[in-house]
Design a protein around this ligand. Structure first.
Ligand SMILES: Cc1ncc(COP(=O)(O)O)c(C=O)c1O
Length: 365
């Protein structure tokens, strides 16, 4: 098991406290996942039940709130039953806890005492909570316009908040600068985050009776779930547990759709903005853009964009079914609706998710 530089292909020990290669290349984890279905079935229903498929030695202790194994519920949308995973039900209110439990466990096992991170929302909250549990000092760089709710949540977990003049990318640059001397617990760069988000794929397949869906419809911001799912489904296929990898369909907003334009070889008509209800996916320049695009193209998936009216409508429709979700999550559901209207999905088993809890954000009613 090693860390691999995705530019030079050099390998590094997994015991090195690095989050990026010396060449500047992104790191991925080279690891063969194993699945003993009987052992898994007997294990506690959380994401750590896939112990032999997670590249972390659990015997050294994990930082966990018993997270994961979120419900997979059939819901009718546009007259079709699709399966929604309730990822808003994590301790900090979003699926980012999947990546936080693995990343902070690794940091703790490496003996790291201070981390930095940047985020304007859920990833920051998740990292701050798990750092608190691990008693690791945590500093989070935030853009000026971060919502008060998120700041309060991170502060409550004891994180040091540093507000940066400017927007999301300015906060990311400040964190990158701080990361020259401190461990960067980044949800985009740090490969240990994806060890957690990949368990979404494991859970979906197990909950469907160890079969793969035909399509998964996921948010596409920094692609932490898309990349994680792609890794997870590939590992299940390589182990012979599933016989196909689902199409990965990513959802972006019309005002910030860098991946959509890149995949379609088009020039965006206007500069991207983060002026959208779905602020969690308004990422202009995702560091792992190439990996996200590969995951989508290699699975014959696509990117769909949604507008503000569609997001608001999807939010209201979900609320009227009793699901109080974050506007960013509603963008994914608006994307599901568009996929069902514009593509032939008659025979497809489709999985999507509620990615974040509505209690953290303003009501759109
Ligand atoms: C609620 C919610 N949904 C979706 C996303 C998209 O994230 P990613 O593309 O990194 O998986 C975010 C990111 O913060 C989020 O907070």
């Amino acid at each position: 098991m090693t860390l691999v530089d995705n530019i030079t292909k050099n390998h590094f020990s997994i015991d090195e406290p690095i989050w990026i290669a010396p060449s500047g290349g992104l790191l991925d984890i080279n690891f063969v996942a194993k699945f003993d279905l009987q052992k898994i079935q007997k294990s506690y229903p959380n994401l750590w039940r896939y112990a032999d498929a997670i590249a972390i030695d659990q015997s050294k202790g994990i930082v966990s709130f018993n997270e994961g194994f979120t419900p997979l519920e059939p819901i009718v949308i546009k007259n079709k039953t699709i399966y929604i995973k309730h990822e808003q039900l994590f301790s900090t209110g979003s699926y980012k806890d999947r990546g936080a439990t693995t990343l902070i466990t690794k940091a703790k096992q490496l003996g790291i005492s201070k981390i930095v991170q940047d985020s304007s929302g859920n990833a920051g909250c998740a990292i701050a909570a798990y750092a608190a549990k691990a008693q690791i000092n945590c500093e989070i760089f935030l853009p000026e316009n971060t919502s008060d709710n998120n700041i309060s949540q991170m502060q409550a977990y004891g994180a040091t908040i540093t507000k940066v003049n400017g927007v999301r990318k300015d906060a990311a640059n400040a964190a990158l600068n701080a990361a020259k001397t401190t461990y960067y617990a980044s949800h985009c760069y740090n490969p240990w985050f994806f060890e957690g988000t990949k368990t979404f794929a494991f859970e979906v397949c197990e909950q469907l009776g160890w079969q793969s869906p035909d399509s998964v419809i996921l948010p596409a911001g920094n692609g932490t779930l898309i990349i994680g799912c792609y890794i997870g489904f590939k590992q299940l296929a390589a182990a012979g547990i599933i016989n196909k990898i689902p199409k990965i369909i990513g959802i972006q907003t019309e005002v910030c759709a860098p991946l959509f334009y890149s995949i379609n070889n088009q020039t965006p008509p206007l500069p991207f903005t983060n002026n959208t209800l779905a602020e969690g996916i308004a990422i202009e320049n995702p560091p792992r853009a190439t990996q996200i695009i590969n995951a989508i193209l290699n699975t014959k998936g696509t990117i769909i964009t949604v507008n503000e009216t569609e997001i608001k409508l999807a939010w209201k429709q979900m609320a009227l079914l009793g699901n109080y979700i974050e506007p960013t999550s509603a963008a994914t559901i608006a994307g599901v609706q568009k996929y069902l209207s514009n593509f032939d999905s008659t025979n497809e088993l489709i999985v999507s998710l509620f990615s974040g809890h509505g209690l953290k954000s303003k009501s759109l009613f």
